[in-house]
Design a protein around this ligand. Structure first.
Ligand code: NAD
Length: 424
């Protein structure tokens, strides 16, 4: 049997991250040794997290943290709560974080964490006990200069506040830099909550201007109306775009005249984040949503939403990937052959979150806070630079945007590994 390293991570998301890496490593002609060192996650921790449920029983949840590489600084990455979380998915997300941080020029390696649980079916008390116990299990593995967490799918500012508090109680001192994306009142950065969606909208605008599309007359479809999707939709709408479709867990809605986002938000809040029954649009499925004709399609929910099954049927001009890994390599090939969709790849498109997380970490280390205008200004400058670098490389070398973005990110990590050398 051929030797395959790291079978532990097997699964569709990790397979996809490896396919992407292998393509870029072939393209860059990385020597075998640096290729292997750059690819595989450095370390992973799997923990059993026992939680006393409200009705008195105890349930054990599997929790994971993967740190992909340690060559450019501490590791950084979100924490996901979702029933389908696996070690392989977390490892794939950690790899993508590595290329994303390197592309944006941040002094971090990639990491990701996750707990296989359904936060929608858990009480606030259960979620707090789960988060605190998970943090406790992770203490030897994390730290402000070791590994820093942030919100992701199914987690939020409150989750980060519990992690920070647990870490402070255990360590006997305040360490706000242990997490980013925490409430502003506890040392969070102004503009962090909105940063990922804001970045998605900013880069979608840049893509539209490259295509001579007037952003003020554009139409947009957004899958996912959580932290990323809701802010992306709101900023696009503020710039004049009409949001003609939105999808969440239980389905989607479309309205050619534009969806009223305030009404949608009120409906979701009142109905446990279910879209069913929303009166401001026609009910459609999430599959139909992705195929609506629009200028900008922003998948901001889960991985592998765009596959070989629907890639040929997309009717957008710009594909702005707010989610991590929303497009499979097979779908990439189809879109590349079509050549009529301007891709803003995930590691660029959703980098706004980790950029402002980095600002939050810097502010915490300095016990200082910046104004929101300063945060946004610095954010846009970094995104603009990364966007220009990706477009320039894609044009110069005649390669797709995703390959260009990954090439920049992977190259920086590979260079750092070579410069640091191999110990011992
Ligand atoms: P969230 O939990 O705040 O929101 C997720 C949204 O996706 C919800 O509206 C949910 O209903 C919807 N959703 C979930 N499953 C779905 C499905 N099968 N079909 C349609 N909709 C579905 O999560 P988030 O923080 O907004 O993260 C969304 C994506 O963005 C994830 O891929 C995450 O990794 C990525 N991301 C998040 C951040 C961040 O700062 N939060 C940063 C970078 C990337």
């Amino acid at each position: 049997m051929p030797f395959t390293a790291m079978r532990e991570y097997e699964g569709p998301a990790f397979h996809m991250a490896c396919q992407q890496f292998d393509r870029v490593a072939d393209y860059l002609e990385l020597p075998q040794a640096v290729r292997e060192r750059t690819k595989w996650p450095k370390r992973a921790l799997v923990v059993a997290v026992p939680v006393r449920m409200d009705e008195g029983t105890v349930r054990v949840f599997p929790g994971y943290r993967v740190q992909h590489h340690l060559s450019l600084g501490p590791t950084k990455g979100g924490l996901r709560y979702h029933p389908d979380v696996t070690l392989g998915e977390v490892a794939a997300l950690a790899m993508w974080m590595s290329w994303k941080c390197a592309l944006a020029g941040l002094p971090y390696g990639g990491a990701k964490g996750g707990i296989a649980c359904d936060p929608r079916r858990m009480s606030v008390g259960e979620l707090e006990r789960l988060t605190r116990r998970f943090t406790q299990e992770l203490i030897p593995f994390i730290g402000g200069h070791v590994d820093v967490m942030a919100p992701d799918l199914g987690t939020n500012e409150q989750t980060m506040a519990w992690i920070m508090d647990t870490y402070a109680v255990q360590g006997g001192k305040e360490t706000p830099e242990i997490v980013t994306g925490k409430p502003v009142g506890l040392g969070g950065s102004l503009g962090r909550k909105e940063a990922t969606g804001r970045g998605v909208a900013f880069l979608a605008d840049r893509a539209m201007s490259a295509l001579d599309i007037d952003a003020a007359k554009a139409t947009a479809v957004v899958q996912g109306f959580g932290n990323v999707g809701s802010h992306a939709a709101r900023v696009l709408a503020r710039h004049g775009a009409k949001i003609i479709g939105v999808g969440v867990y239980d389905g989607a809605t479309c309205n050619a005249n534009g969806i009223n986002l305030d009404e949608l938000e009120t409906h979701l809040r009142a109905n446990g984040h279910n879209i069913a029954g929303f009166k401001g649009g026609e009910p459609i499925t999430n599959e139909q949503l992705l195929e609506l004709k629009c200028d900008v399609l922003a998948p901001c929910a889960l991985e592998r939403a765009i596959t070989e099954k629907n890639a040929a049927r997309l009717q957008c001009r710009v594909l702005a990937e707010g989610a991590n890994g929303p497009t499979t390599p097979e779908a990439d090939r189809i879109l590349e052959e079509r050549g009529d969709v301007f891709l803003v790849p995930d590691i660029l498109c959703n980098a706004g979150g980790v950029v402002v997380s980095y600002f939050e970490w810097v502010q915490n280390l300095q016990s200082f806070s910046w104004s929101e205008a300063e945060v946004n200004d610095k954010l846009y400058r970094i995104l603009e630079q990364a966007f220009a670098a990706v477009i320039h490389r894609a044009k110069r070398e005649g390669i797709p945007h995703r390959l260009a973005a990954l090439a920049i990110g992977v190259e920086r990590v590979a260079d750092a590994k070579q410069q640091r050398g191999l110990f011992p």
